[in-house]
Design a protein around this ligand. Sequence first.
Ligand SMILES: Nc1ncnc2c1ncn2[C@@H]1O[C@H](COP(=O)(O)OP(=O)(O)OP(=O)(O)O)[C@@H](O)[C@H]1O
Ligand SMILES: O=C(O)C1=C[C@@H](O)[C@@H](O)[C@H](O)C1
Ligand SMILES: [Mg+2]
Length: 167
Amino acid sequence: MQRNIVLVGFMGTGKTTVGRILANRLGWTFTDTDAFIQEQTGMTISRMFEEHGEAFFRERETEALQELLQRRNQVVSTGGGAVLLEENRRLMLENGLVVAMKAEEAVIVERVRGDKGRPLLQGDVVERVHTLVEARRHAYDFAPVQLHTDRLPPEEAARRIEEMLEA
Ligand SMILES: Nc1ncnc2c1ncn2[C@@H]1O[C@H](COP(=O)(O)OP(=O)(O)OP(=O)(O)O)[C@@H](O)[C@H]1O
Ligand SMILES: O=C(O)C1=C[C@@H](O)[C@@H](O)[C@H](O)C1
Ligand SMILES: [Mg+2]
């Protein structure tokens, strides 16, 4: 059995929400790379993007994965762009069952609309989500498990992933 589950997917697909529930169900620890980076740097992701730029954040993201994925028996939810680097994808695949969370563009927009904490979605949310979804169309294909969450409440999504682990 895999001893880590790594959740990847576009912003708003539910990685953080489902990851927390799943870790509870399994009795595993839960870590969110975005939260981990914010704790380590003492800075919100929005401020990090503003003051140091996206490249700085991406370096912190790879370091976070390197450190966290040495551990076992945990659910790690990642940031939406963590899959963009080959090195990150390798780390994830080597250290856990990687599950890609999917959702339709319109569903994503509804889920992220009210939250101002995502620097890449500032401005016209509909346009920003559309552009990024297009740019990342195949970014999550490397994950061996793909889970569509449009009509799946978070509890149910967590249950499905738990079943896959047991299979
Ligand atoms: N399966 C679901 N059904 C309905 N709402 C959901 C579902 N999953 C997540 N949500 C809601 O969507 C919003 C975004 O979810 P969440 O923060 O977990 O996404 P994320 O994938 O972690 O995004 P990011 O990449 O930006 O960290 C939250 O308000 C959450 O409650
Ligand atoms: O999709 C992305 O590139 C991002 C998603 C968020 O989880 C954060 O990691 C950050 O806002 C960047
Ligand atoms: Mg998240």
